[in-house]
Ligand binder design. Structure first.
Ligand code: FAD
Ligand code: SF4
Ligand code: SF4
Length: 1021
C-alpha cells in the first residue's frame, strides 16, 4: 500500500519541525496498526487527510493520517504506536485555531466525535470535570439548570472544545471579569509522551511525576526570575510561550484564588505540545441572573479608544468594540442589519458595548445611569443607547460574536489575515497604539478593521493581504513594525489566539533567548522526543514560509493553482478581486479564476468551523447526524478546494472521494444563509454532480427521480398501476434492489385527480384577463403549481386557490399542454443542468409577461418556487430570470405582504388547536419562515409555535434512498419528530412536501400546507 501524497506534501528532510512527513512505510505501518489495535476511525486517504490539513489560519500542512478515537483507551494505544514508529501526534478539537497550531505533519487525533462527555459536576463546589472534545456551549447548556456556567466565553463557543480552549489559553469577551482559561482550569489529567498517566493540579497536592515536573519548573522559574520580571508582559492578555510565570505571576489577574501554584496551568496554552489532555477540571461561575448593556456611540475611533480606560473603572463585565467598517458590514448583512440599527445613534465611527452583570436588574440600571453620566463627563452626552432588555442584548452580542466572520466574507484573493490580530497593550496606550498601527497598514497599502476586547486592550485587527501574491512580504514588514509598537507600549504580541505558526517565531522576540531556552527545557522534560505537535512554541518555522500556506505563492515549491474547468453554473460573482484599501470589488468574472469563480467560491471557506454548530438554525444537518468532518460544510468545501487545486491527484474533482464528501449533503441551503462567508454547498453540489455524472453517468434511480415532472402527469392516469409498488408484497424490496429506493418507506401515492383535472376551472382567469385586470388595478396573482402539489397533493393547490379567491384575487395558473411547467429542481438536484435550463427557461418565458406587469408569482412548494429566486439566476437566462425572481413569492410571503398593506382581509373562523410549525430548509435559507407565522396569526386564536429544527432529513429523494435512510431518520429524530410526538393535539404545519412525508413516516401524523390550514378556517360562503 502506498500512502498517496501529492507533490507538495513529499517528505523533506530540510523542512522545519512539524512539517516533515515520515517515510511511506512508516505511514503504512501506522495506518495498519491503528486499524488493528484501536476501535477508532482511521483515516489515511488523501481527502480525509486534506480535511485535517487546515485550521482557521492561513496555513496548510498535510497530516500523516487521522484517528477519531472511540475512547480514551484508543488514544493511549495510538500514542504508544506513534511513539514506537516515531510519528508525532497532533491533538485536535474543532480546529478553529487562527494561527496554524492545529496543523502539522503528524497523526491528528480528533476528540470531537466521541470524547465529549461531562464526567462530573459538583454544583456545590462549582467544579466540572469534562472530556477534551466537549464543546463549550454544550457544557453550558448542561450547567444552565444548575444556575452555573463556564465563563470563558469565546466567540466560537458553539464549536470550540474545552480541550482546544485549554490548548490555546482561550479567553472571551468577559475576560475582564473572569480571566482566561488559565484562570479557570483547576486540573488536567494527561497522558505524557512516554505513556504515563499524570494528573496536574495544585502544586501542594502534587505527588510522583507531577511533583517532579513541578519541582523542575519551579527551579527553572527561580533561576529565571529576574528575566521573567523584566521580560514578561504585565497585561492580562498574554498567551505566548509556556506559563513559566505560575510561580511568580506576572498577569494583572492572579492565576488562582489563593495565589497558590497550580501545575495544570503549565499545560494551558501549551498548544498540545506537552501532553495529551484526557480530562479537565474546571472552575464554574454562578450564571449572572441579570445583565444590562450600554452601547456607547463615538464620533471618532480615537475617542472610543481613549474612553476604554475610563469605562473599565465602572466595573463592567465586558467592553467590546465594533468599528465603522464592521457596523457597515453588519448593516449590509440581512441577518444582522436590524439588530445593528438598534445600537446606533446617528452615524458613529465606532461603538463600545459596555455590559454590567449581577444579581438584580434594578441595581444594574443604576450602573447604566453612571455610564451615561461618565460619557457626559467625557464630553459625549447622549451617546449611550441603553439596552436593559435581555433579548435585545443577546441579538447584539450575536452580531459582535460574528464580527470576524462578517469581515471574512470579503470576496477576492485579498483576505483579512491574522498574525498581529490580538496584540494586547495597556489601556492608557490603546488610542496611540491603534493610531500608529493604522498608519503602518496605510504605508503597506492596506487597512484593518478593528473590533473586540477594548476592556483588556486586545483589539482584533486583520490587514487585508493577498497571500497568493505579495502577502508574505507585507506580513513580515507589518509584523516587525507592529512588534515595535507593542514593545514601546509594554504590551503582549500574542494576546488571545495563541502562537502556532504565525507567532511562534515571535516568542523569543517577546521573552528573549534565556526564557526561550527555558521553554525548550520544559518541552524537553515533558516531551523529550518531540512526540506532541512539534514546531509549535519551541523550534517554530518562519511565519512567512510560503510552502506552509494554504495558498502557496508563486515562489513556493508547489504554488497554488486551480485546474481548468468550464462551470455549468454562473459563478462569476466570486471571480473577482478586491482593493485592500477600500475593499471595493472588481467586476464579476475579472478575478482570473480558471474555473470561472467556482474554485474561489469554495475557497471562501476559511475553516472557522461555524458549520459544526448544533444550535438554532439549519446548518449542517448531515454533520449533526454523523459528527464527521467529511460531512460538514467545511469538510466539503475543503475537499472541493483540494480537488480543484489538484492536491488530491489528477481528475480528483470528479472522483468518488469528492462524491463521498458531498453524498450526505441534503442541499438544504442552510450554509447559504448561515455560513458567515456564504459558502453555498447546495449550489456547489449541483456543479459537482454535473461534472461527475458527465464522467460516470446517471443511475437509473437518478434518471427516474429527475424526470418525474416529465412523466408525472401521464403516470397519474394509471395511478393504480404505479401504486402497486406500495401494495404488492415484495415490490418495495425489488425496488430497493433495482433502484436503491428504500423498502422501509412507502413512495408518495399516485392519484388521478391531479390539480389540473380536479380544480374548478372558473377560479382561474386567462392570461389576457389577468394582465388586463392588473393594468386596471385589480388584485391579481399567478399561482405556480409544481409537480408535487399538482400531482400528488392537489388539495394544497386547490386550497391556495380558494383562499386567494376568497380574498378577492383574480387568479391565473400556468399550464403547459395539459400538464404543468417545471422549475427544474429535480434535474438540478441530480446535476442535469442542461435539462434544468431548458425547463426553467420555458417557465421563465411563461412567467415573464406577468412579472413585467408587476404580478406576483405565487408558489407553494418552497424548493420549487425558491428555485426561481436562486438557481434560476445562475443558469445564464439573463434579465428575464431576474424579472421573474423579483416577483416570485411563496404563498405565505405573498399573503403576509398583502395583509400588511391591507389588501388581504378575510374573516377567518377561530382555531382552537395549537399550531406547530416546521419550516422547510429553503424557507429558512430565504428568511421565509416568519411569514408562515404571520399568516397563521390572521386566524383568530392562532398562536403558532415554531419547532426549532434543522433539516427534516427527507430532502427530496434523499430520505427515500436506501443508502441514506438511516441518516435521514437520524436528522428527523434530532428534534422534529420528538417535538411533534410531544404535541399530540397540535395541527402540524409544514409547507415542504418532503417534510410532510417525513412527518407522516416518522411520527405517523398528517402535516398540512399552510394553505390548507387557512382554507380550513375560511368563513362559510
Ligand atoms: C471566528 C473565530 C473567532 C474566534 N474567537 C475567539 C475568542 O473569542 N477567543 C479566543 O480565545 N479564541 C477565539 N478564536 C480561536 C479559537 O476558536 C479558540 O482558540 C478555541 O478555543 C479553539 O478551540 P478548538 O476546539 O477549535 O481547538 P483546536 O483548534 O482544535 O486546538 C487548539 C489547540 O489545542 C490543542 N489541543 C486540542 N485538544 C487537545 C488535547 N486533548 N490535548 C492537548 N492539546 C489539545 C491543539 O493541539 C491546538 O494546539 C476564534 C477563532 C475563530 C475562527
Ligand atoms: S463552510 Fe462556512 S461556516 Fe463552515 S468553516 Fe467554512 S466558512 Fe465557516
Ligand atoms: S446544503 Fe445543508 S447539508 Fe449541504 S453542506 Fe450546506 S448545510 Fe450542510
Amino acid at each position: 500500500m502506498l500512502i498517496d501524497r501529492p507533490e507538495r506534501l513529499v517528505a523533506d528532510a530540510a523542512a522545519p519541525k512539524g512539517t516533515r512527513l515520515p517515510a511511506n512505510d512508516v505511514a503504512v505501518a501506522l495506518d495498519r496498526r491503528l486499524s488493528r489495535e484501536t476501535e477508532g476511525e482511521v483515516l489515511f486517504d488523501p481527502a480525509s487527510r486534506g480535511r485535517y490539513a487546515t485550521d482557521a489560519s492561513i496555513y496548510q500542512i498535510m497530516p500523516v493520517g487521522v484517528l477519531v478515537p472511540k475512547s480514551d483507551r484508543d488514544v493511549s494505544i495510538a500514542l504508544e504506536i506513534a511513539r514506537d514508529l516515531g510519528v508525532p501526534v497532533l491533538p485536535r478539537g474543532a480546529g478553529t485555531s487562527q494561527c496554524g497550531q492545529t496543523t502539522g505533519a503528524a497523526l491528528v487525533i480528533d476528540t470531537t466525535k466521541h470524547l465529549r462527555n461531562v464526567v462530573a459536576v459538583d454544583a456545590d463546589s462549582r467544579v466540572a470535570t469534562v472530556e477534551p472534545g466537549l464543546v463549550l456551549d454544550h457544557l453550558n447548556a448542561q450547567l444552565k439548570p444548575l444556575g452555573l456556567w463556564f465563563p470563558v466565553d469565546v466567540s466560537t463557543s458553539a464549536q470550540a472544545t474545552i480541550g482546544g480552549m485549554a490548548g490555546n489559553n482561550s479567553c472571551g469577551s468577559r475576560s475582564i471579569a473572569y480571566g482566561n482559561m488559565v484562570h479557570n482550569v483547576l486540573g488536567i489529567d494527561t497522558l505524557l509522551a512516554d505513556g504515563a498517566a499524570v494528573s496536574f493540579g495544585p502544586m501542594k497536592e502534587a505527588t510522583g511525576r507531577a511533583a517532579a515536573i513541578g519541582a523542575f519548573v519551579r527551579d527553572l522559574a527561580l533561576r529565571n526570575r529576574g528575566e521573567i520580571e523584566a521580560r514578561w508582559p504585565k497585561v492580562l492578555r498574554r498567551v505566548a510561550g509556556y506559563n513559566l510565570d505560575i510561580f511568580h505571576p506576572q498577569s494583572e489577574k492572579p492565576y488562582t484564588d489563593d495565589d497558590s501554584v497550580n501545575l495544570a496551568h503549565l499545560l494551558v496554552g501549551a498548544e498540545g505540545t506537552l501532553a495529551w489532555t484526557r480530562t479537565l477540571k474546571l472552575k464554574l461561575a454562578p450564571l449572572p441572573s441579570a445583565k444590562v448593556l450600554g452601547v456607547v456611540n463615538f464620533p471618532t475611533f480615537r475617542a472610543a479608544m481613549d474612553a476604554a480606560q475610563h469605562l473599565v473603572t465602572l466595573g463592567p463585565t465586558a467592553v467590546e468594540l465594533i468599528d465603522r467598517t464592521m457596523i457597515d458590514l453588519a448593516l449590509a448583512n440581512p441577518a444582522f442589519a436590524a439588530t445593528m440599527r438598534t445600537a446606533l445613534r446617528g452615524e458613529p465611527a465606532a461603538i463600545l458595548l459596555v455590559e454590567f452583570a449581577g444579581d438584580a436588574k434594578e441595581a444594574l440600571l443604576t450602573r447604566l445611569v453612571r455610564l451615561v453620566e461618565l460619557m457626559g463627563d467625557l464630553g459625549l452626552p447622549g451617546s449611550v443607547v441603553a439596552m436593559p432588555d435581555d433579548a435585545a442584548q443577546k441579538s447584539l452580542w450575536e452580531v459582535r460574536k460574528a464580527g470576524l466572520n462578517i469581515m471574512m466574507s470579503l470576496k477576492g484573493d485579498g483576505k483579512p489575515v491574522s498574525f498581529i490580530e490580538d496584540c494586547a497593550v495597556p489601556l492608557e496606550h490603546l488610542a496611540e497604539y491603534t493610531d500608529a498601527l493604522t498608519e503602518v497598514f496605510a504605508r503597506h497599502g492596506t487597512r484593518g478593521t478593528w473590533y473586540a476586547h477594548a476592556s483588556v486592550g486586545t483589539l482584533h485587527v486583520r490587514p487585508i493581504l493577498d497571500m497568493r501574491r505579495d502577502g508574505a512580504r507585507k506580513m513580515r514588514s507589518i509584523a516587525v513594525e507592529a512588534s515595535a509598537l507593542v514593545r514601546k507600549y509594554k504590551g503582549a504580541f500574542s494576546g488571545e489566539h495563541g502562537d502556532g505558526l504565525c507567532r511562534g517565531e515571535w516568542i523569543e522576540w517577546q521573552f528573549g533567548p534565556r526564557l526561550g531556552e527555558a521553554f525548550r527545557s520544559i518541552k524537553d522534560v515533558l516531551d523529550p522526543n518531540g512526540l506532541f505537535n512539534p514546531g509549535k512554541i519551541v523550534d517554530p518555522p518562519k511565519m512567512d514560509d510560503g510552502a506552509l500556506f494554504r495558498f502557496p505563492p508563486p515562489e513556493a515549491p508547489a504554488p497554488y493553482r486551480t485546474i481548468a474547468l468550464v462551470p455549468v453554473l454562473d459563478w462569476s460573482a466570486w471571480d473577482v478581486q478586491n482593493d485592500p484599501r477600500t475593499e471595493a470589488i472588481s467586476a464579476p468574472g475579472t478575478g482570473g479564476d480558471s474555473t470561472g469563480g467556482f474554485a474561489k467560491a469554495a475557497e471562501m471557506c476559511n475553516n472557522n468551523g461555524h458549520c459544526r454548530k448544533f444550535d438554532a438554525g439549519t446548518m449542517c444537518p448531515s454533520y449533526r447526524a454523523t459528527r464527521d468532518e467529511q460531512h460538514v460544510t467545511r469538510g466539503r468545501a475543503n475537499t472541493l478546494r483540494l480537488a480543484l487545486s489538484g492536491q488530491l491527484g489528477s481528475d480528483a474533482f470528479t472522483s468518488d472521494a469528492v462524491r463521498a464528501a458531498l453524498d450526505l449533503c441534503v442541499s438544504c441551503k442552510g450554509c447559504k444563509r448561515e455560513c458567515p462567508t456564504g459558502v453555498d454547498m447546495a449550489r456547489m453540489k449541483i456543479e459537482f454532480l454535473a461534472h461527475y455524472t458527465k464522467r460516470h453517468g446517471h443511475s437509473l434511480k437518478d434518471r427516474l427521480v429527475a424526470a418525474l415532472p416529465d412523466y408525472a402527469h401521464g403516470v397519474s392516469r394509471v395511478a393504480w398501476l404505479a401504486n402497486l409498488r406500495n401494495r404488492v408484497p415484495g415490490a418495495a424490496l425489488l425496488g430497493e434492489r433495482l433502484l436503491g429506493l428504500t423498502a422501509k418507506r412507502k413512495l408518495p401515492t399516485w392519484r388521478s385527480d391531479t390539480f389540473w383535472r380536479a380544480r374548478n376551472a372558473s377560479d382561474f382567469a386567462s392570461a389576457e384577463t389577468t394582465l388586463a385586470a392588473a393594468r386596471a388595478g385589480v388584485k391579481t396573482a399567478v399561482l405556480f403549481v409544481d409537480t408535487f402539489n399538482g400531482v400528488f397533493e392537489s388539495e394544497n393547490a386547490i386550497a391556495a386557490a380558494r383562499v386567494l379567491k376568497a380574498a378577492g384575487y383574480t387568479l391565473h395558473t400556468l399550464e403547459k399542454g395539459r400538464g404543468h411547467h417545471c422549475c427544474g429542481r429535480t434535474f438540478l438536484t441530480s446535476g442535469r443542468v442542461d435539462e434544468a435550463r431548458v425547463r426553467v427557461g420555458a417557465l421563465v418565458d411563461a412567467l415573464v409577461p406577468f412579472a413585467e406587469a408587476g404580478i406576483a408569482i405565487v408558489g407553494l412548494e418552497p424548493s420549487c418556487l425558491l428555485t426561481l429566486r436562486d438557481e434560476a439566476l445562475a443558469l445564464g437566462l439573463g434579465a428575464k430570470a431576474v424579472a421573474v425572481s423579483r416577483q416570485a413569492l411563496l404563498f405565505e410571503e405573498f399573503i403576509a405582504r398583502e395583509a400588511k398593506v391591507g389588501r388581504f382581509a378575510v374573516a377567518f373562523t377561530p382555531v382552537e388547536s395549537p399550531l406547530l410549525v416546521h419550516g422547510h430548509c429553503h424557507q429558512k435559507a430565504f428568511a421565509a419562515v416568519a411569514p408562515i407565522l404571520d399568516v397563521l396569526r390572521l386566524v383568530p386564536g392562532a398562536e403558532p409555535t415554531l419547532i426549532e429544527t434543522s433539516c427534516c432529513g427527507m430532502a427530496g429523494s434523499f430520505g427515500y434512498e436506501a443508502s441514506h435512510h438511516a441518516v435521514s431518520m437520524a436528522m428527523a429524530e434530532a428534534s422534529l419528530l420528538p417535538a411533534i410526538r410531544n404535541a399530540p393535539h397540535a395541527i402540524v404545519v409544514a409547507d415542504g412536501t418532503s417534510c410532510r412525508q417525513q412527518i407522516a413516516h416518522g411520527a405517523k401524523r398528517e402535516a398540512l400546507h399552510v394553505a390548507r390550514v387557512l382554507e380550513r378556517f375560511l368563513p362559510s360562503p
